[in-house]
Unconditional design. Structure first.
Lengths: 220, 220, 220, 220
DNA sequence: ACATAACCGAGACGGTACGTCCGGTCTTGAA
DNA sequence: TTCAAGACCGGACGTACCGTCTCGGTTATGT
């Protein structure tokens, strides 16, 4: 049986000419990201379109499509570009405090820079576009989870909690935030510490008590 | 002097001519819902459009727009029409068992009837359409929450848990499911009992231990 | 009652982005004109729609709307594109003969190329669309009149008739043809020479006999 | 017992439910005609639709469709209903004067009662609807021609002109008016007497001079 | 040092779907 | 039956974006 060497990626007959990252015009890149950021703050989500971004940025549409093969990539690039740093959490000695801090800062950033809208658009887009969904899964979500994992690891080092790889915990935490973001229902930020306290109680007791949940520590 | 009550100016905004629900053609309504259900099972989410639904149903587009002022209403009507009954949970004596049952049945229904896609489209749509968001908030979400509240109330009556109105608990539970639905990541349903056990442990301890979360029981 | 505020007033500060004529795709232009011509010969007038033309031409609707701001422009472009030349009349030494020739050839062309239908659609369209009416007035009618004016001028040079600028004469001639075209009543082409002989007799005597029509020669 | 007159039209495979003229509601009929007349004066031609007329008249659409099988019938009914009388011309002893009077009064009526718009719509409609075209040919046009024929007959009785049945003459006269009506170009009513003088000169000389037009007097 | 690629802006292109409007038919309840 | 009201199916309207494709013009690499 003869393997076709050109077909490394199954099903990919995508003969895209692979743009040369070195020659990328940084001015254009910045213009696009800035334009998108501006539109997000000024316009309703329904007014965000590639065409509008390109026009606002003074950039050809192709320039966007060249560097961002799907919408998700663009929004993720924006999200990463200048925002990640805003939510780095120092060691506060308490996981609960740190999670609260992380959550509150995230919401603050979502609100103030309209990045919340970007996330909403990103998630919405991924529902009807396979490539965008992949980007969401492979690029955006891991980064989001890593923030939380860092805090968990720190707590483990401090001996605050037991060593465990509990995806469900992170799912619950992020799911809570997404839920409120997507439904625009976080009337009261006091819901956050409450939610975290519930989660942490669940976590602290997850060290092998009930037989039907004893596998928590072995998950994954 | 007779005042003409039919004032054409009528500063009121929308003043839509209010279709007469009694005269609604049930055949058309069913055709639309069936067509939508079929498309959801057969087509990718990106292929779902009002136009496609109307064509498939053999119905004029206007007939859809007449009864569903926004896309969300349509999807919610579908969701309600024949699905709710599938996830009624009998009293199983254990909240944990019941929540597990509810979750598993929900995912089963989402999968088998493609109603999961409907929810995904519904949520995505609400991101760029204010009216749809309102429908999501006011019509879809309360119904979803009520399922869980019923189980919680039953557990309270059984004395299994203390009386409490803990929105955060429900947010966490639903948020978890939405998160996995929207990102198409529920590879393993064993994550569900794990998640529920975490939640329940948080809940069971929420009865006024730590001073900073003692208000759990008084919430709302 | 919601009155639909059609754009008829429209101070026409319509800063449309003015498409760049140089970049116009000639293939698309030809495809549109050919498709329209074909539809005119094959279909009843009621089946002629922008959508049908675009589909037949394998062209996006926008491509039509981009270059033809109103329906009239499209039909006039078709009419001009390949038809005008068919009715150029050589000097035959006699105005009557030439007018007969022009008329007969016009009807022949209207019939054989279905351009008569185009004119009918053009005129009908202009009745309910201000822009189309303007196009009819400013673009189509002058060209039609010029054909006749040329013959008249030639006759003047030959000394056949006196110098005069008689709009009414042309109005009568064109009016006659339009009348029969629009009502689909030209059962017998022998009506044409008869009509022309009447007109010409009126013309030949118009050289200042009756005082109340002496201004014929000064008209405009 | 009266015979049911609905089956008069032979060859009609039109299974229309045969409206009973005797039971026709005159209130509804008047309301429709008045509404149409009002819309014609108040609205641009593009705003005239069956739906708008029905709504304005406070009448069901079916009531219009029942009595007017095509749009043309409706407009002709309006035109006939109250307007014809306005252009009856007394014997003025001179055909030219009478034709001028007829023409001027027609334009005056067209303008003042917006009936000109009705005629425009009528003609436009006939371009894309066979039934309407038939109505135009069989009902509207003959009536219009009869006005002129009456004047011609009177002139013949007076001995002013020779006996003749010259369709072309009438075609020219009506064609002239239609042309200016449809193109909204009758800037100056002084064009009318000029046009008529041309026509009449043609007519007065049409009594067998040139051999090739000697058949004028034998026409029809 | 300069040819030659790839970039860039602009925007035309073939399409799909939007949400609205109207045509013409059918249904309902009241008179 | 007729009428007012209006729901119904169908289909065209004109617009907005999609993602692709030229088109000159402008870098900026690499031999």
């Amino acid at each position: 049986m003869a393997l076709n060497p050109t077909d490394e990626k199954a099903g990919s007959h995508d003969h895209r000419p692979k743009p040369d990252e070195r020659r990328r015009c940084q001015r254009a890149r910045q213009a696009v990201l800035t334009a998108l950021a501006d539109l997000l703050t000024e316009q309703p989500l329904s007014a965000i379109s590639i065409e509008a971004i390109a026009k606002r940025a003074g950039v050809g549409k192709q320039t966007i499509y060249r560097w961002y093969p799907d919408r998700a990539s663009l929004f993720i690039d924006l999200y990463d570009s200048d925002v990640a740093s805003r939510v780095s959490i120092p060691d506060m000695g308490s996981l609960e405090k740190e999670l609260n801090e992380l959550s509150l800062r995230t919401w603050e950033m979502w609100r103030e820079t309209a990045r919340g809208k970007a996330v909403r658009h990103l998630i919405a887009t991924a529902q009807s576009n396979e490539q965008s969904l992949s980007q969401l899964q492979d690029s955006f979500m891991p980064k989001q989870r890593r923030f939380i994992e860092q805090l968990l690891n720190r707590a483990i080092e401090r001996g605050e909690i037991k060593r465990l790889k509990c995806d469900a915990f992170i799912d619950l935490l992020i799911g809570f935030h997404w839920y409120h973001l997507l439904t625009n229902t976080l009337d009261d930020e006091s819901a956050i510490p409450l939610m975290i306290s519930i989660l942490l109680k669940g976590l602290s007791r997850a060290d092998g008590l009930q037989p039907d949940s004893s596998d928590v520590t072995k998950q994954e």
